[in-house]
Design a protein around this ligand. Structure first.
Ligand SMILES: Nc1nc2c(c(=O)[nH]1)N[C@H]1C(S)=C(S)[C@@H](COP(=O)(O)O)O[C@H]1N2
Ligand SMILES: [Mo]
Length: 221
């Protein structure tokens, strides 16, 4: 059974607390722990050789070093996060560079309206450029006042809180601009192309098998 099929068979939690109604999407359970979920091993990095690439449908492709990111305007974002495996966590404070500030500081003009976000290890998630330009979309290096832990995506992860958390690519390596929307890793494996938790855009309706051990959660913080 693949991940999408397994989530479909889970008992669906009922959110009957009126105080939470506007904040906790249907079918989600609130947690105070911070689960850790990813494909593959936790990568290690040398910050001197780390790079972030902007490529594809752009006027000019560019590569950034870690120091370039730290020199850009820094912002703090406090957000709720919602994972398609049904956990939500409120009031998470991340710090880093807003994607829209990054794009402006980068001086890169996208000619494609869709983006494939690339992260280690060979992970991808697709998002419309418009979504990345929101006021709460961050390239984060800090969580709760401390550097992100390696498990949660250090040295840099995307935080895109208005979509299910699978879109928030950890160990981000590049943004590929595209003329057409294309499915990323989970979007090719039974999950929704968009992924809005408040619309419960969980599944694609297709049934494509992936090995079970690739999606079991590994740990908590
Ligand atoms: N590079 C990478 N980023 C990733 C993933 C992954 O497998 N690889 N998993 C996604 C999924 S499915 C989730 S729910 C969140 C989990 O982030 P966390 O481990 O910090 O809770 O990371 C997302 N980003
Ligand atoms: Mo996930």
């Amino acid at each position: 059974m693949n991940k999408a099929e397994k989530i479909k068979k889970m008992k669906v939690p009922v959110n009957d607390n009126p105080e939470l109604a506007s904040r906790l999407p249907q079918g989600q359970v609130l947690t105070e722990r911070f689960p850790i979920l990813h494909e593959g091993e936790i990568p290690t990095y040398d910050l001197d050789t780390w790079t972030l690439k902007l490529f594809g449908e752009v006027e000019e492709e560019k590569v950034f070093k870690y120091a370039d990111i730290l020199a850009m305007p820094q912002t703090s974002v406090t957000c709720d996060i919602h994972c398609v495996t049904r956990w939500s966590r409120f009031d998470n404070t991340f710090q880093g560079v807003l994607f829209k500030d990054f794009l402006e500081a980068a001086g890169v003009n996208p000619t494609g309206k869709y983006v494939m976000v690339h992260g280690d290890q060979d992970y991808t998630a697709n998002v419309p450029l418009e979504d990345l330009l929101r006021d709460d979309c961050l390239l984060a290096h800090t969580f709760d006042g401390k550097p992100l832990s390696a498990k949660h995506g250090w040295p840099l992860r995307l935080v895109l809180p208005h979509l299910y958390f699978w879109k928030s690519v950890k160990w981000v390596q590049g943004f590929q601009f595209m003329k057409e929307n294309q499915p990323g890793f989970w979007e090719q494996n039974g999950f929704h192309l968009n992924g809005d938790p408040f619309k419960e855009e969980r599944f694609s309706g297709e049934d494509l098998p992936i090995p079970e051990d690739e999606w079991e959660h590994k740990d908590y913080d």
